[in-house]
Design a protein around this ligand. Structure first.
Ligand code: WT7
Length: 648
C-alpha cells in the first residue's frame, strides 16, 4: 500500500469547516476524558428533547450481563426532530430531492410537505391498529414514501424493520416472522436500471406464510398489475387521501426502540440489530454534520438504499435531523449510461457525494470519459463506505471525480454501530488513500492480538475492538439478547468486537483489512457463509457445502463455494446453474455464487471442523502458502482441491 502518500487538508475547506485540525485534537481528547460532559453537550445541541435525561450514560460490557443506555429518562420524538422543529425556520426549504430511475423523472418535497405526508401516514397506520412498540415492515423501492414510512413509524412510536427490496420472498418472510410485524408497507413494483422488480408479488408470497400480518399497504409506483387480497391489502394513495394531517408525535423514552435492521453474521440466520431512539439520533445527526462537514443549504447525496443502515442514518435520519437537503436516487450508476451519477450531480448541484468502493471500481473500468463529460464543479466533499477501498480506486475517485479538489472521507462503521466510528473529518484530517484514518469523537478503538488476546500498543495489526460505548451503538439482537452478548462481547472480554481486522500505523491511522470472521462483503453487501451454505444444502444433490470469499476486482469479494455432491450424483454444469439459482431465490440476487468447485471431500480437522483458512487460500489461488496443515484428518483432500481449483 502506498502509505507514504498524504493529502493535506485543502486550505479553503479548513477555513470554513465545522472542525479544523486543532479542534479535532482538543475535542477528541475532551470526548474521551469527560464523556458524560461531552455527550450531554452534543445531545443538547443536536436534538430537541421534550424532557431532559436523568443520566447521560450507563453500561456494562460484560462478562455477565451486557447493557448500554444513553440519555436514560430523556423524552423525545425522532420525527419531531427531523420535521416539526424545522417548520418555522425552513418549512419551505427542500427536504428530499428524488431522482427517478428514468432521468426525466424527478420530484421534491419541502419540510412542510414531508411533515404533512408523515402525519397522514401516521394516522393511516394508527387506523390499522398500529400502536407504540408495534413492529412495521417496510419493503420498498427507493422512493420518498420509503422515508415517509420510516418517519411515520417513528412519529407514532412504532418500530420499523426495513427489508432491502432486493431480498427474496423467503428472506422477507423470515424477517417479518422474526420481529412479528403486523403491517407491511410495500409497492406494486420497483424500477431499477429500466427493469421492474415485482415487490407486491414477492410480498404476497412471503405473506402466505405470515398469518399475523393484517394489513399490506401498497404504493403505486409503476402501475404494474398486482394480485389483490381485499381483506388485507390497501392502496396507499387511497388511504392517504382520507387521512388527517394532524398527528401528534408520540413522546418516546430515549431507550425505546426506533428500528430493527437485519444483518448477516458468522453463524445462523441474520440477526435483528436493534437501535434505540435518543443516542442513535444524537449520533446520526452529529456524524452527518461533522464527517461530511455539512454546511447549511448544501445538497447532499448518499447513493445507498434505505434497506441498509447507510440509508437509515445517512439518507434519512442524520440529514433530516440537521435540516439538510437529502437526495434520494432510485436508479443505478450505469443506467442509462456510465455518466449517470455525475449527470445527477450536475442536475441537482450536489455538494457532498457519498458512495461505495464497488461502484467506484465499476465506473473506473468504464474510463474517464463518462466522468469528464460532466462538470461536477458543485462537488466539495466525497465519501465512501461499505468495504476497504484500494488506494488505486481512492486516487481515481479523488483525481478524476473530484478533480483533486475534494477531500475523500473513507468512513468505517457497521449496521451495529449506527454511524461512523473511524473516519476523517474534511477540515481536520490529512488523508492517506486506503485508510479510514482516525476515530470519531468519543470512540476509543483498540487492536487485539488475536492469538494472545492482549492489546497492541502503537503500530501493529489485530482484531478491531471498541473499548467503550458510543450513543449510536446497537442495544441488543431483537428477541435474543444472549446472541448479542455471544456475538460481540465473548471473544474479547470487556470489549465490543467488530468482526474486522485492522492495522494501525505509526501516526495512529487505522487501515481496515476486512472481516476476520465468516462474514463476506460482496459489493459492500454483507452475507454470512453459513446462510449461503444452508441454501446450497437444500438441494437434494448436495451432501455438503463450504463457502468462502475470494478477492474480486469489482465486488471486493466474490463468493466461492466448495460443494460435495451426494454419492452417485454426476456433478454437471447444469447442476452448477441450478445451485446458483437456488441461492439467489433463497436469499436474493445479491447472493450470486461466482464460482462453484466440486469437492470430493472438504479439508477437516480430526474433530470434523472444516478448515476454512485452507479453503480461502485455495480460492484466492495462494496455494504455495497454505500454512499449518498438520491437523488435517486427510491431507489428500487438499491436494485434490488444489489440482482442481477454479480460480487460476
Ligand atoms: C462491514 C459492515 C456501515 C455501512 C455499510 C456496511 C465493512 C464498512 C468500511 C470502510 C473498510 C468497511 C466492514 C464492516 N466496512 N465500511 N470504510 N472500510 N471496511 O454496513 O453491512 O453492517 O457491514 O463493512 O467489514 O464490518 P454492514
Amino acid at each position: 500500500m502506498s502509505e507514504s502518500k498524504i493529502h493535506e487538508v485543502p486550505s479553503d475547506i479548513a477555513a470554513r469547516a465545522h472542525i479544523d485540525h486543532d479542534q479535532y485534537q482538543s475535542l477528541y481528547q475532551r470526548s474521551v476524558e469527560d464523556p458524560e460532559g461531552f455527550w450531554a453537550e452534543q445531545a443538547d445541541r443536536f436534538v430537541t428533547w421534550f424532557k431532559k435525561w436523568d443520566k447521560v450514560m450507563d453500561y456494562s460490557y460484560g462478562p455477565d450481563d451486557v447493557f448500554i443506555r444513553w440519555f436514560d429518562g430523556g423524552k423525545l420524538n425522532v420525527a419531531y426532530n427531523c420535521l416539526d422543529r424545522h417548520l418555522d425556520t425552513r418549512g419551505d426549504q427542500i427536504a428530499i430531492v428524488w431522482e427517478g430511475d428514468d432521468p426525466s423523472v424527478d420530484r421534491s418535497l419541502t419540510y412542510r410537505e414531508l411533515h404533512a405526508e408523515v402525519c397522514k401516514l401516521g394516522n393511516v397506520l394508527k387506523s390499522r391498529g398500529v400502536k407504540k412498540g408495534d413492529r412495521v415492515c417496510i419493503y420498498m423501492p427507493m422512493v420518498p414514501e420509503a422515508a415517509v414510512a420510516m418517519l411515520a413509524c417513528a412519529r407514532i412510536g412504532a418500530v420499523h424493520s426495513v427489508v432491502f427490496g432486493g431480498f427474496s420472498p423467503d428472506s422477507l418472510r423470515d424477517r417479518i416472522l422474526d420481529s412479528d410485524c403486523r403491517v407491511l408497507i410495500t409497492a406494486d413494483e420497483s424500477l431499477r436500471g429500466g427493469r421492474q422488480v415485482p415487490l407486491k408479488k414477492n410480498a404476497d408470497q412471503a405473506l402466505a406464510e405470515c398469518p399475523d400480518v393484517s394489513t399490506c399497504l401498497v404504493i403505486q409506483r409503476t402501475g404494474g398489475e398486482v394480485a389483490w387480497n381485499g381483506e388485507r391489502d390497501l392502496w396507499y394513495h387511497e388511504a392517504m387521501a382520507e387521512a388527517s394531517v394532524d398527528c401528534e408525535p408520540e413522546p418516546m423514552d430515549a431507550e425505546d426502540p426506533l428500528f430493527i435492521l437485519y444483518t448477516s453474521g458468522s453463524t445462523g440466520k441474520p440477526k435483528g440489530v436493534l437501535h434505540t431512539t435518543g443516542g442513535y439520533l444524537v449520533f446520526a445527526a452529529m456524524t452527518h454534520l461533522y464527517t461530511f462537514d455539512y454546511q447549511d443549504g448544501e445538497m447532499y447525496w448518499c447513493t445507498a438504499d434505505v434497506g441498509w443502515v447507510t440509508g437509515h442514518t445517512y439518507i434519512v435520519y442524520g440529514p433530516l435531523a440537521n435540516g439538510a437537503k437529502t437526495l434520494m436516487f432510485e436508479g443505478v450508476p450505469n443506467y442509462p449510461d456510465n455518466s449517470r451519477f455525475w449527470q445527477v450531480v450536475d442536475k441537482h448541484q450536489v455538494n457532498i457525494f457519498y458512495t461505495a468502493p464497488t461502484a467506484i471500481r465499476a465506473l473506473m473500468r468504464a474510463g474517464t470519459d463518462p466522468v469528464k463529460a460532466t462538470s461536477r464543479s458543485s462537488l466539495r466533499i466525497l465519501g465512501t463506505v461499505g468495504e476497504p477501498i484500494n488506494p488505486e480506486a481512492w486516487e481515481w475517485y479523488y483525481q478524476v471525480v473530484g478533480d483533486s479538489r475534494c477531500p475523500v472521507v473513507d468512513t468505517w462503521w457497521q449496521t451495529e454501530t449506527g454511524g461512523h466510528l473511524i473516519t476523517p473529518l474534511p477540515g481536520a484530517t490529512p488523508l492517506k488513500p486506503g485508510s479510514a484514518t482516525r476515530p470519531f469523537f468519543g470512540v476509543v478503538p483498540a487492536l487485539v492480538d488475536a492469538s494472545e488476546g492482549t492489546l497492541i500498543d502503537g503500530a501493529g495489526e489485530g482484531a478491531l475492538v471498541i473499548t467503550r460505548p458510543w450513543p449510536g451503538q446497537m442495544r441488543t439482537v431483537h428477541g435474543d439478547h444472549q446472541r448479542f452478548i455471544d456475538t460481540y462481547f465473548k471473544q474479547y472480554p470487556g470489549y465490543y468486537f467488530s468482526g474486522d481486522g485492522s492495522r494501525r500505523d505509526a501516526d495512529g491511522y487505522y487501515w481496515i483489512t476486512g472481516r476476520i470472521d465468516d462474514v463476506l462483503n460482496v459489493s459492500g453487501h454483507r452475507l454470512g457463509t453459513a446462510e449461503i451454505e444452508s441454501a446450497l444444502v437444500l438441494h437434494e444433490a448436495v451432501a455438503e457445502a463450504a463457502v468462502v470469499g475470494y478477492p474480486h476486482d469489482i465486488k471486493g469479494q466474490g463468493i466461492y463455494a466448495y460443494v460435495t455432491t451426494m454419492a452417485g450424483v454426476e456433478p454437471t454444469d447444469a447442476l452448477k446453474q441450478e445451485l446458483v439459482k437456488l441461492v439467489r431465490t433463497e436469499i436474493g440476487p445479491i447472493a450470486t455464487v461466482d464460482i462453484i468447485q466440486w469437492a470430493p471431500g472438504l479439508p477437516k480437522t480430526r474433530s470434523g471442523k472444516i478448515m476454512r483458512r485452507i479453503l480461502r487460500k485455495i480460492a484466492a489461488n495462494e496455494v504455495s502458502a497454505l500454512g499449518d496443515t498438520s491437523t488435517l484428518a486427510d491431507p489428500t483432500v487438499v491436494e485434490d482441491l488444489i489440482d482442481h481449483r477454479a480460480n487460476q
